[in-house]
Design a protein around this ligand. Structure first.
Ligand code: ASP
Ligand code: MG
Length: 425
């Protein structure tokens, strides 16, 4: 029999009634003879509620001490969830035991509010599994070497589940959530979007980082590093759905490039509205200029994404890049006050109303003309491309935000991703 880790998100754990249904689902797997570990999130809305309480009393700019307390507060949401789920399983007649992160322990570094898991001791969990118990472990939290409670950052329960699965060498980690898998694009924008039965780990990483927020990106990275087979599936099916059917549902994130994947050149269209574009104009074109502009930006801890430097005229050039929209004003300030005086650039202009649209697919490795098909499709829709960036399995363009939906729909169709154009999986 196999060992499975199930992760249930906040919505799945949203009420005692829903928790009872999670318990029934888990009991079904346990009764089929599987060894079961469950990692739940806090009940939906709970982490927000706790953080809002903390905010009322916390200092305006956080200190290491205040962040420590914030984690102590936020981690209680998951603590309640594991206890409730254990009670619900016991009520079904299934032996179950709950653990907080520190009891396992799940040891993290001491970066409060964004801690990283360093190691997991599996002895206690294995002993319980051997004794026939379902083990329920808090998502999102851990303990550092000093014995302080830590949390892994918002959405961190996904990462907890994958890390636990890696530590236990689970056969599969199943992420039960409120969507039934990974789609070719957001179905709210393209109703014809189709669920992918499989997606490669690398594609998933690109799609997660590009804003398809099904899984926390760190969870995907973790799964890749430790080769944890990961499945995203719905917790909104009736709990008594046939186990075999359930075990094959959703989207499996695979490590092998199977034949079917090779046929689909592009697997999905991702988009991201969270960026803004900044252009430094009239920069003297000389060695070291990119560093002079982006060095201070990096020092201020601002992430830079797409970068373009134009050809120069009369010894001057324009230099554009994108940053998270949340860092937009801060970046402009920094450029005006530091970079312009230091470099003698003419001016800085910015545009927050942009978006990034990307085609993603491992098939792009072995096919030519994919990017040019993307550009043609956009030009046929009259959409101007402002910036382009590529990697081995992805091409991204920056365009005016108002054309985002049009671009996504057109590309979805052009690359034959609409449901109707694909034979049954
Ligand atoms: N409860 C935490 C949050 O809301 C962690 C999680 O749900 O994954 O961010
Ligand atoms: Mg989540």
């Amino acid at each position: 029999m196999a060992l499975f880790v199930h992760k249930y998100g906040g919505t799945s754990m949203g009420s005692t009634e829903r928790i009872r249904s999670v318990a029934q689902r888990v009991a079904k797997w346990a009764r089929a003879g599987h060894r079961m570990v469950v990692v739940p999130s806090a009940m939906s809305g709970e982490t927000n509620r706790l953080l809002a309480l903390a905010k009322e009393l916390a200092p305006a700019s956080p200190t290491p001490q205040s962040l420590r307390e914030q984690d102590a507060i936020a981690s209680t949401g998951e603590q309640v969830s594991v206890g409730l789920l254990a009670l619900a399983l016991q009520a079904q007649g299934v032996p179950a035991v709950s653990y907080a992160g520190w009891q396992v322990p799940i040891v993290t570094d001491d970066a409060f509010t964004k801690a990283r898991i360093q190691r997991i001791d599996d002895a206690r969990v294995r002993a319980d599994l051997d004794a026939g118990k379902v083990v329920i472990i808090t998502g999102f939290q851990g303990i550092d070497e000093a014995g302080d409670l830590t949390t892994l950052g918002r959405g961190g329960s996904d990462t907890s589940a994958v890390a636990v699965a890696a530590a236990l060498r689970a056969d599969e980690c199943l992420i039960f959530t409120d969507v039934d898998g990974v789609y070719t694009t957001d179905p709210r924008i393209v109703p014809e979007a189709r669920r992918l039965a499989t997606v490669s780990f690398e594609e998933m990483l690109e799609m997660a980082s590009l804003g398809s927020k099904v899984l926390q990106i760190r969870a995907v990275e973790f799964a890749g590093k430790y080769k944890v087979p990961l499945r995203v599936l719905s917790s909104f099916t009736s709990w008594d759905i046939d186990l075999q059917e359930e075990a094959q549902s959703g989207t499996l994130i695979t490590f092998e490039e199977d034949e079917k994947m090779e046929k689909a050149v592009v697997s999905g269209i991702a988009f991201n509205r969270d960026e803004a574009k900044i252009t430094v104009m009239g920069v003297p074109d000389r060695p070291g200029i990119a560093f002079q502009i982006l060095g201070p930006v990096a020092e201020a801890n601002i992430d830079v994404d797409v970068i373009i430097q134009n050809v120069s005229h009369d010894g001057r050039t324009d230099f554009s890049f994108t940053v998270n929209r949340g860092d937009y004003a801060r970046t402009i300030d920094l450029l005006m006050n530091k970079v312009i005086p230091a470099t003698g650039a003419a001016q800085v202009i910015g545009d927050a109303k942009i978006c990034k649209v990307s085609i993603v697919g491992i098939g792009m490795r072995s096919h030519v003309g994919v990017a040019s098909k993307m550009f043609r499709t956009l030009s046929e829709e009259g959409i101007n491309i402002q910036m382009i960036s590529t990697s081995e399995i992805k091409t991204s363009v920056v365009i005016d935000e108002k054309y985002m939906e049009l671009a996504v729909r057109a590309l979805h169709k052009a690359f034959d991703l609409d449901a109707a154009s694909i034979a049954a999986e």
